[in-house]
Design a protein around this ligand. Structure first.
Ligand code: NDP
Ligand code: 8X3
Length: 252
């Protein structure tokens, strides 16, 4: 029987790549994101391969997030896999010049949004006595870097929540995994630099970044380990990257 995976942030980048790979690996998909049109386009593309349910909501809205997940029909349960992926960086200013709206967005989406989704899905997994939560963290959740401040704090929080979930859910039959990527070429940098494509492109200058598909393959590997094996924490870099700030570039 097919398993069911709920993916947040499925409209682009890592989340979309996970949806595409899981669709061709016998997972039914519950795809979440704010951009309804992108969700519908992806659903149309994947439906020849698998069953897809789309849920369009902003994870910052606690009441709506709770209501949308509660609206999932019983025929879509059990939810076997939760991929907590929705998130972004907003800005790269030093802390003394930081835009407080950007700070609020990162904390509300990357931390509180992840918590709202998790609080709705995890009790179902506890009742089922099985499930797998994959939290997409970041190298920014392991090391702070210049201008990373609140984004790093939000991803350090994801790291702490991953560890906490592992502890609190020990003995429940639920696996908990953090995957912490380095540089991945997605819409991430365009969002960080508010649509400035030149600045976004410069992030990946002179090096080959990861693709969303590379992270999706890691997700599938983690999901397909035998039932007694749980990979709790991983860092995945492009070969050209050695830390949050050490990146080998052809033009350096
Ligand atoms: P993208 O910008 O391509 O994707 C971000 C996804 O998050 C989109 O699907 C977006 O959907 C969703 N999202 C953003 N805000 C909200 C919101 N308020 N409510 C619901 N969904 C939201 O970036 P990535 O694929 O790169 O990012 C995915 C995850 O990977 C993030 O958590 C990011 O921090 C992490 N990451 C990324 C790295 C990178 O270098 N790219 C490296 C390390 C970690 P929509 O706009 O439709 O709502
Ligand atoms: C995204 C990677 O290095 O831009 O989490 O913070 S980085």
């Amino acid at each position: 029987m097919n398993k069911t995976a709920l993916i947040t942030g499925a409209t682009s980048g890592i989340g979309k790549a996970c949806a595409e790979l899981l669709a061709s690996n016998n997972y039914n998909l519950i795809l979440c994101g704010r951009r309804e049109q992108k969700l519908n386009e992806l659903a149309r593309k994947l439906e020849p391969d698998t069953k897809v349910l789309t849920l369009s909501f902003d994870v910052r809205d606690r009441e709506l997030t709770t209501r949308m997940i509660a609206s999932i029909p019983d025929s879509w349960k059990p939810i076997d896999v939760l991929i907590n992926n929705a998130g972004n960086a907003h800005g790269l200013s030093p802390i003394q010049q930081g835009d407080i709206d950007d700070w609020e967005a990162m904390i509300d989406i990357n931390v509180k949004g992840l918590l709202y989704v998790s609080r709705s899905v995890i009790p179902m997994m506890v009742d089922q006595k099985q499930g797998h939560i994959i939290n997409i963290g970041s190298i920014a959740g392991k090391e702070a870097y210049a201008g990373g401040n609140v984004y790093c704090a939000s991803k350090f929080a994801v790291d702490a929540l991953n560890k906490s979930m592992l502890i609190d859910l020990n003995g429940s039959g639920i696996k908990v995994t953090a995957i912490n990527p380095g540089l991945v070429a997605t819409e991430f940098s365009e969002v960080r630099f508010k649509g400035d494509k030149t600045k976004a492109k410069n992030v990946y200058r002179g090096m080959e970044p990861l693709k969303g598909e590379d992270i999706a393959e890691v997700v599938l590997f983690v999901l397909t380990r035998p039932s007694h094996v749980n990979i709790s924490d991983m860092i995945v870099f492009p070969t050209a990257q050695a830390s949050a700030t050490i990146v080998s570039r052809s033009d350096d």
